[in-house]
Design a protein around this ligand. Structure first.
Ligand SMILES: [Zn+2]
Length: 102
């Protein structure tokens, strides 16, 4: 099954690949749609339909770009930006003799 075999989960629109699939494309992957976003769900605690509790499987759905834009306008799309930890501080070291407390 390829990504573009899936229709938009919201409006049912058929999607088109943004390019050809290549012979080197690994099983389970394919060229992404040119007019939609791909969403992956690993399940979560609380779901009554899907919570495999395994990193080895997930569900994929696609939503066409116009549906995402319309839902974003309604406040139904969350953007998350992960922060990257700052690099550890590095500075020259100088030896200071240990002094016994008085
Ligand atoms: Zn749609």
């Amino acid at each position: 099954m390829r990504y573009c075999d899936l229709a938009c989960i919201r409006c049912g629109k058929a999607l088109t690949p943004c390019g050809p699939d290549f012979a080197s494309t690994p099983p389970g992957a394919s060229t992404p749609p040119g007019d939609a976003l791909i969403f992956m769900a690993r399940g979560n605690y609380g779901s009554t339909i899907y919570d495999p509790q395994s990193e080895m499987e997930y569900l994929i759905v696609v939503i066409c770009d116009p549906c995402v834009v319309a839902q974003a306008a309604g406040g139904n799309v969350m953007r998350v930006q992960k922060r990257v930890a700052p690099p550890p501080r590095q500075e020259p070291w100088t030896h200071t003799p240990y002094e016994e407390p008085e």
